[in-house]
Design a protein around this ligand. Sequence first.
Ligand code: BEZ
Length: 228
Amino acid sequence: MPRIGDKAPEFKAVTTQGPIHFPDDYMGSWSILFSHPADFTPVCTSEFMTFATMEEQFADANCKLVGLSIDGLYSHIAWLRTIKEKIEYKGMKDVEVKFPLIEDISMDVATLYGMIQPNEDTTKAVRAVFFVDPEGVIRAVIYYPLSLGRNFDELYRVIIALQAADEFGIATPADWRPGDDVIVPPAGSCGSAESRMAGKEEGVDCKDWFFCTKKISKETVLKAILKK
Ligand code: BEZ
């Protein structure tokens, strides 16, 4: 099962947008590879409508979306057409899913990525989410069970937080959003605990020797990340 810090396992697949070679085709962009249990199911439909509606927002953060389920191409095409033509949900309608959806009847890709978790279901992928960076390295992984629809604002928050960490050499605290204080690197990697605690590092606020924060404005974070 691929883990954080691993190179994203390579595969070639057929999708609703033509063939892809992952992660090679996505080098230079962030990508989210995610699985859903099955086409023509309600939770998955609500998820696809939400993700498709947010696709441009992710694209502005240099992030491309790639879906997968253990269904065939014609099922995918029929389901996405039904979503566009018939489904109205929470103010979303006429929703066109433009990102690729991988067909994986063989379960090869789902197995490669540990998306089949047999104690949950032996023939359906769980709701897995792999966040892959522009060098093709897995940077975060989230799994949800079949019954639980994902929070797509959280997936967006993860993409922005990962990029902010890279861009500014910081970490992000609980529930961080752009504009909130960030965590400065642990003492030793950048300045000493003493100089921080004595307030000698400008703009750094230490709650204790191991817990120091600083401000980065929302504008600074977003300017560095969006539409680079
Ligand atoms: C759903 O997407 O609604 C769903 C799929 C598989 C099992 C349970 C729910």
